[in-house]
Design a protein around this ligand. Structure first.
Ligand SMILES: [Mn+2]
Length: 271
């Protein structure tokens, strides 16, 4: 891949400068971003699948779409450094036209367990990771589009009642806990009521449809858009059409998906 080659060969000093500049931009973004737009594309986990990321930009960036990525850019996949470095350079170029949310893999714990920390140490030296984790710690947690659609990486959280609660989340933690951690990690599940402890580990929960219904209604929202779990067709519409799941990394043997907003309507698509 020509682009991958180009990104791979960026000098270390230039990569460092880009990360620091992008961190400066992200520090100014709220934990909850609020946007109004006729056209937007939601991209789910990419996990080093640079090809999905490039396809999203190729297809949508020059025809007026806001690009909204739901986190999990690194760990697992073949081009994790290229993927995050590409997104960072695009953030510098597109500013608020590109929204990068935080995923559970934009944390120190996950990067140390699933490969990104080592990849970075091998390529740029042992201290370079500090730049990435500072950037990750400043990614926003969620975005509300047109006051109707809430997008985040994982799911709703036990002590999350209003959008105000997301707005008040502090950024800057390498490994968030509490509501922030649950937003990055929780999964929806049919056939339960309220919250149940998750198989994923301590501090993580499943939430039922009643939780979703209540949250959407209370906050006058219509749909929750989230990523975090692969779906065979990249996209699936669940819980009576109130939950849209999008996953965009092909390393799970799935077809990478995207969700395309035009006006009032969100349509499943492929990358
Ligand atoms: Mn995830």
């Amino acid at each position: 891949m020509e682009t991958a080659e180009k990104i791979r060969n960026l000098p270390k000093e230039e990569v460092a400068k880009n990360i620091e500049e992008a961190t400066g931009l992200l520090e100014k973004e709220q934990s909850l971003i609020e946007v109004e737009t006729e056209k937007a594309v939601f991209v789910g986990d990419t996990h080093g699948d640079l090809s999905s990321t490039l396809t999203a930009f190729d297809k949508y960036e020059n025809i007026g779409y806001k690009l909204i990525f739901l986190g999990d850019y690194v760990d697992r996949g073949e081009y994790q450094i290229e993927n995050i470095n590409f997104l960072i350079s695009k953030k510098l170029e597109k500013k608020s036209e590109l929204i990068l949310l935080r995923g559970n893999h934009e944390t120190e714990e996950m990067n140390k367990a699933y490969g990104f920390f080592r990849e970075v140490a091998r390529k740029y030296g042992p201290n370079f990771y500090e730049l990435y984790i500072k950037l990750f710690s400043n990614l926003p947690y969620a975005v509300v589009v047109n006051k109707k659609f809430l997008a985040l990486h994982g799911g709703l959280a036990r002590n999350l009642n209003s959008l105000e609660d997301i707005r008040e989340l502090k950024k800057g933690e390498m490994n968030p806990r509490g509501v922030a951690m649950e937003i990055l990690w929780n999964d929806p599940i049919d056939f339960i009521e309220g919250f149940e402890t998750s198989d994923r580990g301590p501090g993580i929960y499943y939430f039922g449809k009643d939780v979703l219904d209540k949250f959407l209604e209370k906050n006058k929202l219509s749909i929750l858009i989230r990523s975090h779990e692969p779906r065979a067709n990249g996209v699936s519409i669940e819980m009576d059409g109130k939950l849209y799941v999008v996953f965009s990394c092909r390393y799970y043997g799935i077809k990478p998906g995207a969700l395309v907003l035009n006006g009032d309507k969100i349509t499943p698509s492929r990358l």
